[in-house]
Design a protein around this ligand. Structure first.
Ligand code: Q9C
Ligand code: ZN
Length: 360
């Protein structure tokens, strides 16, 4: 199986995230990719390759062009005003209520104002290497999509930073550009047919849902921890089912905190039934391993042994799969869990797991 990855991801390393009012060490770190690459190394079933270039067109097909311009310029802009900044984080965020009844606000001119116009949280800092990494993650996703469109049954894009929380005109949740949505839209245009997105990250993919909410040709199906108690809090409820022409083309399956393999398996069957009943086309999988029981921020409790059978169930859809990396923050086991998932998706029979350096 082809594994697409870019060394530019390592240039995105934020110094902290602000959570519950405090700066803390970031969870979304490049060591995550090192863990994954180590687990896939020296195994001829995985062929590593670099992404191709696609240019900005597939990005602005799903994102507001001014968001892309903002991300491109943000770091330079802070430098130009002469402010010393370790990382760009908003302190004043455009909550819709602020403009209630008064129409829209213009994009501010100052760097401090601008970041709060585009970014919805305090955990998604911008550093010098952020934009190149985010652009590379998109190329990784599109290269995986192209391989699948050209006939591969399965490709894995090791995207970092992740993407599913980034919406049409906003970013957050460790995400800047929505890799999965960009790949899905590219596939719709390339194949002329429908595409499904199966979001298995523990957090609801609010950005992906938003981008396709009124679309009937992109089915969005997500299993995630209940947003009533888990980020992103403001989207991912079961009552959200799409609107307009997209009515019925969004399916949210929230799970209570603490849910384990069995509850998850039942919800997965519902998710797969929905996809199975839709017009055939490629499936973009937003693969988060933050459903794992040891994940430091995910409240679900999947065991390591669950990932391979979950992936085998997804593969049983018998549709082309573009698997894209989203979250997963228990670095010592992340690579092993990704590897289990990919082998399950590829239909490789069960085998004794290799030891993981540092994990046991
Ligand atoms: N400080 C993805 O998994 N909130 N994003 C974490 C702990 C942000 C997760 C709370 C979670 C974002 C792609
Ligand atoms: Zn997540």
């Amino acid at each position: 199986m082809q594994v697409i990855q870019s060394p530019l991801q390592a240039g995105h390393e934020v110094p902290f995230e602000v959570a519950r009012g405090r700066p803390i060490p970031p969870y979304e770190v490049s060591a995550r990719v090192a863990s994954i690459l180590a687990a896939l190394a020296d195994d001829e079933r995985f062929s590593l390759r670099a992404p191709d270039g696609f240019g900005p067109e597939p990005i602005v097909a799903v994102h507001e062009p001014r968001l892309l311009r903002y991300l491109e310029r943000a770091w330079k802009e802070w430098r130009q005003v002469g402010t010393t900044v370790e990382a760009i984080v908003p302190d004043t965020i455009l909550l819709p209520g602020l403009r209630d009844g008064m129409g829209t606000a213009p994009e501010p001119e100052s760097p401090s104002g601008r970041v709060g116009y585009w970014c919805f949280d305090t955990m998604t800092a911008i550093v010098e290497g952020t934009y190149p990494a985010a652009r590379a993650a998109v190329e990784v996703a599109l290269t995986a999509a192209r391989l699948v469109a050209d006939g591969e049954p399965l490709a894995y894009g090791l995207c970092r930073p992740p993407g599913h929380h980034a919406g049409r005109a906003m970013f957050g949740g460790y995400c800047y550009l929505n890799n999965a949505a960009i790949a899905a839209e590219w596939l719709v245009r390339r194949t002329g047919g429908p595409v499904a997105v199966l979001d298995l990250d523990v957090h609801h993919g609010n950005g992906t849902q938003q981008i396709f909410y009124e679309r009937e040709d992109v089915l969005y199906v997500s299993l995630h921890a209940d947003p009533a108690t888990t980020f992103p809090y403001f989207a991912g409820y079961a009552s959200e089912t799409g609107s307009g022409r997209g009515r019925g083309a969004t399916l949210n399956l929230p799970l209570p905190p603490g849910a384990g393999d069995e509850d998850y398996g039942l919800a997965l069957e519902q998710a797969l039934d929905r996809i199975d009943g839709s017009t055939p086309g490629p499936v973009v999988v937003s693969l988060g391993l933050d459903t794992y029981e040891e994940d430091p921020i995910g409240p679900l409790r999947l065991t390591a042994g669950a990932f391979r059978p979950i992936a085998a169930r997804v593969a049983a859809l018998d549709r082309p799969l573009v698997v894209l990396q989203e979250g997963g923050y228990h670095v010592p086991t992340l690579g092993r869990n990704v590897r289990s998932w990919l082998l399950g998706a590829a239909g490789v029979p069960d085998e004794p797991e290799r030891g993981i350096a540092g994990a046991d």
